[in-house]
Design a protein around this ligand. Structure first.
Ligand code: PRX
Length: 658
């Protein structure tokens, strides 16, 4: 597997600080190893203990763990009864130390805009929201699509769904109306929740227009609830749209809404993620296992205590936002900080200023953001008092050691462990990550598997790889937080995750394990690009390109990008009669931004005379990736190609591309 040769040769090791160790849940590698072994030896006991300790159940389960990766079928806490919203909010109201403390502190991008919801206040907001949904006819099992920016009411909307047993499907606010439409239709959502817009980089971004455009073709949508972010009057065009404030007016201040008693295996939410085919997959998670897993990983990986002020910078439209802005920290009764804006506006010190101002203790973010801020210079974090921080975390893509060390030195001031957490939308929560005060960290490695997680590295033939040999990262046994299926397409669930290596969960990532048992993730092996921690399927991008009347054929690959981790490189073959002009290039860029969204903006478009294909017609992406990355020397064997000369032409074109 030549492509998997790891370029990382990182020898540094950082030991957990002494300060904080005594209060940590797990404070030594020895304890971690003991717990890890116990979790593998007796998973039933291990998960039952965690589930009872972290979650309030209305009824305990009949069977703790069951899985069969061949079928596949996965069940945890079967027969158990609970409600996720009850666990995140209601139960805390009986605890006087939590009832009136902040559940959510929200800072809008403009400094004047702030909001605080105590647990008690969040509870009343959720009850009203849940009542509104019920009054609109939403019932247990119905799907609700949430298309909102980072605002506390988005959390209330998610938990209101959970309260009444509706399945939420949050769609990232940066997605286009087309992407939103596809997701609404796939889930057959009855209600859509959106708002007028949000602030980003000093500008107002509107969401309502896109939502109204999306629902135009969605007959399944009966109502669209519109929240008000800007505070100005809102003009509604679609007659299914109703203002949230109007709906709320009819309810009493102390409105209470009963929660549904849910089965552990009832679906909690659907979340769309990119796959290797054109159509995004609606991965769904169920109530009991997911909630236990979110709370369990939040507690151990962030060593989260009730007095922490915890900030995860992810948007709620991603799984990170689901597990580590909403379900995990709220189930544990922590204070969650949310910020609406971008890290570099009005200046690159914004995040550090917020850490200082709000006394953030745990900061969880993405390598791409760290690289952006690192480029702006050390002077920005230096200006602020960051001594409240005690743990730093990263997620979404491999972190290069340089960025890791910058974060550790300049933000954590060499006092804070950095937890590099490897996981996926499908895993529901962290899988490989250091327990901060227990496991020494090597920059660029996600370190050890968490208790209950058994990763293996397989060669293409299914045998286990040797130490330091790159291979396919797979998981040998089930864990409570794993996805239970692809919404409306169970066949696809089996095909994508359980067919490549029967009996294993297939992650799609390459990895190696070093001589100390540390895991090094090497990125995705399938046709998925990871742009700034956002997963984009190359097929999705390609189908969007060929929708344009000028495009005959498209091949999209990722290439190493200093800031984004991976950038988007598109090879475009034009139809007869179209000229490869710079205007057309611009038009294609705006086409992609419209069809998928700004996150999918191509970095390079190369007008190609043809694409390198095997004789059976399969595009040789390996070659295209190398050309995009300007690695011209080592293009490998091109003799099996249908038209080998096309490669030379592409190399010349790439050399001249700006
Ligand atoms: O390739 C891995 C990468 O992100 C993929 C999962 O993307 P998504 O489902 O969008 O979830 C992102 C948030 C969990 C993985 O297959 N990835 C995620 N975290 C890391 C990572 N790669 C390396 N190191 C990580 N810490």
């Amino acid at each position: 597997m030549a492509e998997l040769t790891s370029l990382l040769k990182e020898g540094r090791i950082f030991y957990p600080p002494q300060e904080g160790k005594d209060q940590a849940y797990i404070s030594s590698r020895y304890k971690y190893k003991q717990i890890y072994q116990y979790s593998l030896d007796d998973p039933d006991e291990f998960w039952a203990e965690r589930a009872k300790e972290l979650i309030t159940w209305f009824k305990y389960w009949d069977r703790t763990c069951y899985w069969d990766f061949y079928k596949p079928e996965i069940k945890f806490f079967e027969g158990g009864k609970l409600n996720a919203c009850f666990n995140c909010v209601d139960r805390h109201l009986d605890n006087p130390a939590i009832k009136n403390k902040a559940a959510i502190i929200w800072q809008g991008e403009p400094d004047r805009d702030t909001k605080v919801y105590t647990y008690h206040m969040l509870h009343s907001e959720i009850c009203k929201f849940a009542k509104i949904l019920k009054n609109l006819g939403v019932e247990k099992g119905d799907r609700v699509t949430i298309y909102l920016p980072t605002m506390p009411e988005a959390v209330a909307a998610m938990l209101a769904c959970a309260r009444i047993g509706a399945i939420h499907s949050v769609v990232f606010g940066g997605f286009s109306s087309e992407a939103l439409k596809v997701r609404i239709l796939d889930a057959q959502a009855k209600v859509v929740i959106t708002c007028d817009g949000t602030y980003r980089g000093g500008r107002r971004i509107t969401l309502l227009d896109r939502a109204e455009e999306a629902i135009r073709d969605c007959d399944c949508v009966e109502h669209c609830i519109v929240l008000n972010r800007f505070g100005d009057p809102i003009e509604l065009k679609d007659n299914r749209c109703i203002l949230y404030d109007d709906l709320k007016k009819d309810l009493s201040v102390a409105e209470y809404c009963e929660y549904e008693v849910m089965d552990a295996e009832d679906p909690l939410f659907i979340l769309y993620t990119s796959g290797t085919t054109g159509k995004p997959k609606g991965v769904y998670h169920t109530t009991g296992g997911y909630l236990v897993y979110a709370a369990h990983t939040t507690q151990w990986v962030f060593d989260l205590k009730p007095d922490d002020i915890y900030w995860c910078t992810a948007d709620i439209g991603w799984i990170t936002g689901h597990s580590y802005v909403v379900y995990g920290p709220l189930a544990l009764g922590a204070t969650v900080f949310m910020y609406e804006g971008v890290p570099t506006y009005p200046n690159p010190g914004r995040w550090w200023e917020l850490v200082d101002r709000y006394g953030i203790t745990i900061l969880y973010t993405a390598p791409t953001a760290i690289r952006v801020l690192m480029r702006e210079g050390d002077q920005w974090p230096k200006k602020y008092n960051l001594s409240s921080l005690r743990i730093l975390g990263t997620v979404g893509e491999p972190i290069n050691p340089e960025a890791w060390v910058w974060f550790y030195v300049n933000v954590g001031r060499k006092r804070c462990p950095v937890v590099d957490t490897w996981w996926q939308t499908e895993t529901g929560g962290h899988m490989i990550a250091p327990i901060p005060f227990a496991v020494p960290q090597k920059p660029g490695s996600a370190t050890y598997p968490l208790p209950g997680v058994e990763p293996v590295i397989l060669r293409a033939d299914g045998t286990e790889a040797d130490i330091n040999e790159g291979g396919h990262l797979c998981i040998k046994r089930a864990w409570p937080g794993m996805a239970r299926g692809v919404w409306g397409d169970e066949k696809r669930f089996k095909e994508v995750y359980f067919s490549r290596f029967p009996g294993y969960y297939y992650t799609g990532d390459g990895a190696r394990k070093d001589e100390d048992g540390y895991f090094w993730i090497m990125g995705r092996l399938d046709d998925v690009i990871n742009v700034s921690g956002h997963r984009l399927g190359t097929m999705e991008l390609e189908s969007a390109f060929v929708e344009h009347p000028a495009v005959a054929e498209a091949a999209v690959v990722g290439f190493p990008h200093d800031i984004k981790g991976e950038g988007i490189f598109a090879y475009i073959v034009l139809k007869e009669g179209f000229d490869p002009t710079s205007e057309l290039k611009k038009e294609l860029v705006s086409h992609i931004r419209k069809v998928i969204g700004p996150i999918a903006t191509p970095d390079f478009i190369l007008f190609a005379p043809g694409l390198p294909k095997t004789r059976s017609g399969k595009i040789m992406r390996r070659i295209l990736r190398k050309i995009a990355a300007q690695q011209f020397e080592d293009l490998g064997d091109t003799s099996t190609l249908a038209e080998p000369e096309v490669v030379e032409k592409l190399v010349d074109l790439r050399k001249n591309l700006k």
